[in-house]
Unconditional design. Structure first.
Length: 281
């Protein structure tokens, strides 16, 4: 009887030992898996945007339809000075550039949510932009100009002469900021191209858009031959914006400097007629 009891005790002890061992193995496996997940997350969230972008293999570029910087012509491919430079930069990083149209008014939210990696679309370096993003050095000069019907060019040749007009302007743009500062009447639209449509259709008296876009899209030989641009509201500079604290701005500054030095930046600018606006890097 004692032998039977002893055998039962030994058997129970062995079962408990095996259960504990199995539990330990399971805990070790779980711990190993968690450590692996943590390591992967750390690779993307260690403060390096460059590592994050190279790890996923794509540079997601936030844009709007803005000729000659980012636009489509006869295909789904995005072209333009900014688009071509973004493709070249992505290639230098060993990744692919992907272009996503965004609501310009929500560009900072898009960056912070990581739905895009940068805003590269003829973006004016305003105080608001530079305080909410990691921005590159300026690479192009620009200005906000008024768009009116060609027949009204002489009538509206100064900013003051337009004070009673109803404007169309892209929401969140430098143009909107200028009109708001002056207290002029305006309607916010999704993109600068929409502002041009408003004037062409007669639903707005005038628009305020970037001078580089105006030179490419308004006047003789363009889709808006009956429109023209007149007075400038300001002078400004373009830059590219990344998430606040990102190391990508410095990386792109280096790329800009190299591209300017080897002449490829100027060659791309000449392709889209913006060479006169280039800023030395």
């Amino acid at each position: 009887m004692k032998k039977k009891i002893l055998a039962m005790v030994l058997s129970l002890a062995m079962c408990c030992s095996m259960t504990a061992c199995g539990s330990a193995n399971k805990d070790t496996a779980t711990s190993g898996s968690a450590a692996s997940d943590k390591k992967a997350a750390s690779k993307s969230d260690n403060g390096s945007d460059l590592a994050y972008i190279q790890d996923k293999g794509t540079l997601i570029v936030g844009i709007t339809d803005f000729e000659p910087m980012d636009y489509q012509k006869g295909s789904d491919e995005w072209i333009g000075f900014d688009a071509d430079m973004a493709n070249a930069f992505a290639k230098s990083l060993g990744v692919k550039a992907e272009f996503v149209e965004i609501d310009w008014d929500n560009k900072v939210l898009e960056l912070d949510a990581k739905s895009i990696d940068c805003v590269w679309n003829g973006m004016t370096l305003t105080d608001e932009v530079t305080s909410s993003m990691a921005c590159t050095n300026a690479y192009c000069n620009n200005a906000q100009v008024a768009i009116v019907k060609a027949a009204d060019k002489d009538k509206y040749s100064t900013v003051e002469s337009m004070k009673d007009l109803n404007f169309a302007v892209e929401a969140g743009s430098a143009g909107e900021k200028e009109l708001s500062k002056l207290g002029y009447n305006y309607t916010s639209v999704k993109a600068q191209a929409d502002a041009l449509m408003e004037v062409s259709a007669g639903t707005s008296d005038a628009a305020v858009i970037d001078s580089l876009m105006a030179a490419a899209m308004v006047g003789e030989g363009t889709g808006y031959e009956k429109l023209t641009y007149t007075a400038s509201f300001n002078s400004e500079e373009y830059g590219v914006g990344f998430r606040k604290g990102s190391d990508m701005a410095d990386k792109l500054n280096d790329f800009f400097a190299e591209s300017y030095k080897d002449g490829s930046m100027k060659k791309t600018a000449e392709k889209y007629g913006v060479q006169a606006a280039l800023i030395e890097q």
